[in-house]
Design a protein around this ligand. Structure first.
Ligand SMILES: Cc1cc2nc3c(=O)[nH]c(=O)nc-3n(C[C@H](O)[C@H](O)[C@H](O)COP(=O)(O)O)c2cc1C
Length: 240
């Protein structure tokens, strides 16, 4: 957690207030009309690592901050402000999370337009967002709550196919999710690379993913029930 406006800034603000007050007092002696105006103190805003309401409470408890800003926490858990307001860890369902994406597409197309350019812009922003969203680990799967933003869990299977799919680190699955959220499929050679790779998940090879989780994702992506077990499809290899 860093503080956007350091205490020295507060001191500086106090000095400005004092200077202002002494100036107005001097000016007042030349004028019968008093014009003392209170200069509001600058707000001190905490920044960084807020991922749950307990993080929020801990930072605010210091008494030094007026408020905190949310960055990655709100990108990974867009319902974080509600958790803070209601002071609870929300075990949000995969369907509810999918509804958030559907809403994004609805409003995105309204805003950017539903022509080719609007659709591709909406897809692009949704995919960038998914590079954060997929990091969410459902509260109901955690051994201990709360989860810290920078903890890297092992790959996991969700409680249903959709929950597993939403945790996929494979950007091809993210493209499939944009289609499930209501966007048309892009051209078959479309590839997405996230702009913000700081989450470091991208460095993991999808091959290392738990086979069972991968299988479930393939099932959701193909729009059906869990398929029968079988070897993954062979990739065509160039010979020679
Ligand atoms: C997607 C993204 C974009 C950001 N862009 C900027 C930026 O343009 N300028 C900046 O000063 N900080 C930027 N930040 C940093 C955040 O403002 C914030 O300081 C940082 O993420 C720490 O807060 P967090 O732990 O809640 O993420 C960005 C962060 C993220 C996640």
């Amino acid at each position: 957690m860093s503080t956007m406006i350091a205490s020295s800034q507060t001191d500086a603000d106090d000095a400005i207030v004092q200077t202002f007050e002494s100036t107005t007092t001097a000016a007042d002696s030349y004028s019968s009309e008093s014009s003392a105006v209170a200069v509001p103190r600058a707000a001190v805003i905490g920044n960084g690592d807020i991922y749950s309401f307990t993080d929020w409470n801990r930072e605010l408890a210091s008494g030094e901050l007026d408020t905190c800003m949310l960055a990655r926490g709100a990108l990974i858990k867009p319902w974080l402000p509600q958790e803070i307001k209601e002071q609870r860890h929300w075990d949000i369902s995969a369907t509810e999370r999918m509804d958030i994406l559907k809403n994004f597409v609805k409003y995105g197309l309204e805003y950017w337009g539903s022509d080719d350019s609007g659709v591709s812009r909406c897809r692009r922003f949704l995919l960038e967002w998914q590079s954060f969203l997929h990091r969410y680990i459902p509260v109901g799967l955690l051994e201990r709550v709360p989860h810290q933003m920078n903890e890297r869990p092992p790959r996991f299977c969700g409680r249903n196919d959709l929950e597993t799919l939403l945790a996929s680190q494979d950007s091809n699955d993210w493209v499939k999710i944009t289609e499930m959220a209501g966007l048309p499929a892009p051209s078959s050679d479309y590839k997405f690379t996230p702009k913000h790779r700081a989450n470091a998940y991208a460095s993991l090879k999808t091959d290392t993913w738990n086979t069972s989780a991968k299988k479930q994702v393939q099932s959701v992506v193909s729009g059906g029930q869990l398929q029968k077990e079988g070897p993954p499809p062979m990739k065509k290899q160039k010979l020679g």
